[in-house]
Write a new protein. Sequence first.
Length: 120
Amino acid sequence: MALGPGVSVSEDGVWVEHHLGTFRGREEIRKGNETLPESTRIRRFLLLTKDLEADDAEMTRTRKVRRRYVAEKYAPVIDAFYSGQSEVDLSTAITYEDGRQANIQSKVRIEDVEGTPAHV
């Protein structure tokens, strides 16, 4: 079942990130980086396995990110990002619109933008 551009879920509930989505993101970042000074260019990025949602307490109903909560929930991802790792295991609890909850186990790939030295 497709969940959005570049992301699908298999029948057993395991989320899969297709490399096509990552490739498009890298190209867009590279284009944007060309217009930025060296010190402000994006050097690394990742795609989370799901959008931030108010139902999961990651955002307010007015779409403001709850930064402290997100920093705690995604601490392993943030640590891996800044320590130079290329992927990290992530366990995420999600809440469906009907109130059901599920846990998703996934690997999050951390990508370097080619041509931009990563100063981690």
